[in-house]
Design a protein around this ligand. Structure first.
Ligand code: HEC
Ligand SMILES: [Cu+2]
Length: 410
């Protein structure tokens, strides 16, 4: 074979590097050249299966292309001007039917074993409902009464806007970071109930070897048991509309005890803070009240956030949190500047409700008429977003505390 020129070689290497780089950009256990081994028993099995099938393909490829090349070279017209003229050999036909059959059986046995294991959600110790939305994920811990939305991190979101002027390479974990990750315990069997609220999405985290369609009206089941604490990233894997590329997944796996602490804190309305992902804070938040980024792998959530008495939040805290909740949940219809979109979506700037009694405002978020209900948000999130609406765009409403929301939650 002719020697490959250095240019061709460089081109091949860079194509391979680019391809592997794209595939491994957000896996923790990938080596850049292969599918990741992952951090679960199933992901290890999937990896082994992948390599097994890969080598079977390589062997078949070498044999088939070897035979073909040999025939083409050794039986070319200049050597054999008169082609052989034979037809039908029963023996050959039986051989080339039986061999592929055996190869298929040989691959199906380990594959079926792994598939059956993947589907076996029995004995799960924790159930999380995962709902895909255009364009975010919702996580609900079914027996713990905890639930929240997980959306693209504000830093990535800002940088991705056309003409943002922000160099994406300066944004940590660009497009694979979220405002609040899914937190899971290590060493526990976690069952996911995966569905969607609008169109088909797919929940995919390569390091867990979990990839399942999220289909409106269906609940798909899948499970994982993570062996190693860490942060594992994924993306929506089903083309789901304009912002399909902007609904990443982040799973933080914590040792059991830390997970328990997180759960308690989350029940009290404290979201998990990723190290590199302190949400952008409103300028008027005093440093003591602002949630500080935690050192890698640690959670701030467990620590009491402020000196405020249990459950009570300061106005600055409510405003900062409220702005995030508003941007993630309300701005699509009511607009970031509160101006709404006539005629369907009323302005909140100057709105009677936002300037009137808090009760009606809270009730509106629980049961809108045309507006979807937001009762799945936590008391703290609803209190914060109400406070934010009541004190932005010239509005002069009272502040709302989580307890007020809780009292009206029926
Ligand atoms: C899908 C669009 C949509 C989203 C998202 C949405 N709203 Fe609404 N909102 C409406 C519509 C439509 C109305 C008109 C009344 C109704 O249908 O209930 C409304 C009315 C309101 C009103 C009453 C305004 C007035 O003075 O009459 C408030 C307050 C409000 N929304 C708050 C929120 C909050 C808080 C959020 C986010 C948590 C939110 N909305 C998200 C569509 C939306
Ligand atoms: Cu999607």
């Amino acid at each position: 074979m002719a020697k490959m020129g250095w240019m061709a070689r460089a081109a091949l290497v860079s194509v391979l590097l680019a391809a592997s780089g794209a595939a491994s950009a957000y896996t923790t256990t990938g080596n850049g050249w292969n599918t990741p081994q992952g951090v679960t028993e199933i992901s290890a099995k999937v990896y082994d299966l992948h390599l097994l099938i890969f080598w079977v393909c390589v062997a078949i490829g070498v044999l088939v292309f070897g035979a073909m090349t040999y025939s083409i070279v050794m039986h070319r017209r200049s050597v054999h001007p008169k082609p052989a003229d034979f037809h039908e050999s029963t023996t050959v036909e039986i051989v080339w039917t039986v061999i592929p059959f055996l190869i298929l059986i040989g691959m199906a046995i380990p594959a079926a074993g792994t598939l059956i294991k993947m589907e076996d959600t029995r004995g799960a110790e924790l159930s999380v409902k995962v709902t895909g939305y255009q364009w975010k994920w919702q996580y609900e811990y079914l027996d713990q009464g905890v639930g929240f939305f997980s959306t693209l991190h504000p830093d990535s979101n800002k940088a991705r806007q056309v003409g943002s002027g922000i160099d994406p390479t300066t944004v940590p974990n660009y497009l694979v970071e979220v405002d609040e990750p899914l937190v899971l315990p290590v060493g526990k069997k976690v069952r996911f109930l995966i569905t969607a609220n609008d169109v088909i999405h797919a929940w995919w985290v390569p390091d867990l070897a979990v990839k399942k369609d999220a289909i409106p009206g269906y609940v798909n089941e899948v499970w994982t048991k993570i062996d190693k604490p860490g942060t594992y990233r994924g993306v929506c894997a089903e083309l789901c509309g304009r912002d399909h590329g902007f609904m990443p997944i982040v799973v933080v796996a914590l040792p059991e005890e830390e997970f328990g602490k997180w759960l308690e804190a989350r029940k009290a309305g404290q979201p998990y803070r990723l190290a590199a992902a302190a949400p952008t804070q409103a300028a008027d938040v005093p440093p003591a009240a602002a949630a500080q980024p935690a050192p890698a792998g640690e959670q701030v959530a467990a620590a009491p956030a402020t000196a405020a008495s249990a459950g009570e939040l300061s106005k600055a805290e409510l405003m900062a949190k409220g702005e995030q909740v508003y941007k993630a949940n309300c701005a699509a219809c009511h607009q970031a500047n509160g101006a709404g979109m006539a005629p369907t979506f009323p302005p909140l700037a100057g709105s009677k409700m936002a300037n009137g009694p808090a009760e009606a405002h809270i009730a509106q978020m629980f049961t809108g008429k045309m507006m979807p209900s937001f009762r799945h948000l936590s008391d703290a999130d609803l209190a914060a977003v109400a406070t934010y609406e009541r004190n932005s765009w010239g509005n002069t409403g009272s502040i709302v505390q989580p307890a007020q929301v809780a009292a009206l939650r029926k």
